[in-house]
Ligand binder design. Structure first.
Ligand code: SF4
Length: 82
């Protein structure tokens, strides 16, 4: 079984070893001070703040592809998935 990882919830060194995962270096959501819950919104919860961070992130496209490919819940590449 594959462990679901997100740059907010795991050390980047762990993410880098995942097959098919982008290189998470530069992930804006992993910057100090970010609230991980912003990327795991409840269905009715607004996720504008996370989306706006993702829109500036250099990994946006790779992150969205990764989230879709692995059918991951939460905000990936600025879109709510799952
Ligand atoms: S696109 Fe968003 S969720 Fe993905 S790494 Fe960047 S900031 Fe994080």
């Amino acid at each position: 079984m594959t462990t679901i990882l997100h740059p907010l919830h795991e050390p980047l060194s762990n993410l880098l070893s995942e097959s098919h995962a982008p290189n998470w270096r530069g992930a804006l959501c992993a910057e100090p001070g970010r609230n991980p819950e912003d990327w795991q919104p409840f269905p009715s919860q607004d996720y504008t703040q996370a989306r706006q961070v993702c829109e500036r992130c250099p990994l946006q496209t790779a992150c969205l592809v990764y989230g879709r490919r692995n059918k991951l819940p939460g905000v990936w590449g600025g879109q709510r998935l799952g």
